[in-house]
Design a protein around this ligand. Structure first.
Ligand code: PNS
Length: 162
């Protein structure tokens, strides 16, 4: 049986912390879907199609594209996508207790909705302070985001400042 997992997120934009979790997850499953999902609770920086493009390029540049599919989903529940592609596991990166508190209710609801289990992965502590919202803020105020994001993202945001 092929073991298929989904890493969902806003990825607005993808950070080095995301990429670290994606690489670890890709090593644990036969097929990994990195899924861009709009989060209505957050003010968006990039359109969904651009986030997908930057994820694809960052994953290719990192040399980990082998078993990874990048897609987006805005047609309903996250677990509907999981059922559609035959994934039984969601992956979430956990940087701190704050992430555990944020992710736990969603994990329980997703299990209740469709028996999809959530696996928490720990990124390298070097990325513990990195978040997309911080990157959005630094970029908006003209600061250097290169230490926090893949090269493709830094290049794109430098060319098209926000
Ligand atoms: O990167 P983010 O913004 O923390 O990602 C949050 C995301 C997209 C994973 C979350 O908003 C989500 O799961 N959205 C899908 C909507 C859904 O299925 N909700 C019901 C179960 S929690």
């Amino acid at each position: 049986m092929r073991r298929i997992a989904v890493v969902p997120g806003s990825f607005d934009p993808v950070t080095l912390g995301h990429l670290d979790v994606i690489e670890r997850a890709a090593g644990l499953f036969d097929e990994l879907h990195v899924l861009v999902v709009p989060n209505p609770g957050k003010t968006a920086l990039l359109p969904i199609s651009r986030r997908v493009e930057l994820l694809q390029k960052s994953i290719r540049d990192a040399g980990i594209a082998g078993n990874i599919v990048v897609a987006s989903w805005s047609m309903g529940l996250l677990v509907d996508y999981c059922l559609e592609v035959g994934a039984s596991v969601l992956i979430k990166g956990i940087r701190s207790q704050v992430d555990v508190a944020y992710e736990t209710p969603m994990a329980i609801v997703n299990r209740n909705l469709a028996a999809v289990e959530t696996v928490f992965l720990l990124p390298d502590p070097a990325h513990a302070h990195v978040s997309s919202s911080l990157v959005r803020q630094v970029a908006a105020l003209g600061g250097d985001i290169a230490p926090y994001v893949p090269e493709a993202v830094a290049e794109f945001l430098q060319k098209a400042p926000v």
